[in-house]
Design a protein around this ligand. Sequence first.
Ligand code: ZN
Ligand code: ZN
Length: 120
Amino acid sequence: MTPQEAADQTEIDPTVPPSGTGCAECLDAGGWWVHLRRCAACGHVGCCDSSPAQHATAHATASGHRYIQSFEPGEEWFFDYETGDVLDGPALEEPTSRPADQPVPGPAGRVPTDWRSKIH
Ligand SMILES: [Zn+2]
Ligand SMILES: [Zn+2]
């Protein structure tokens, strides 16, 4: 994925820290995820579209917050739900990724042994 252009920074708040170390809804519900995405407007951390519950996309749909940034270590790309483009964006408040020792899928102890049959 090659970033194409800068995101519209009026729809990004780089001062808001992430909501936590994992998907907010999955942590509440005892769920698990494949990869994590962070809302660039409010800091909500949600799970990716490969994950069983797809909470990052659900958050974008419900809130109208159009940009997410990958919350995976070493990944800085942004995604725009309105255009479907991968973009560059500003440096967001730290931390910019989940803990490096958190497994994929995660979190530790919650992933079923047959997880491959449950992802999208
Ligand atoms: Zn989730
Ligand atoms: Zn948001």
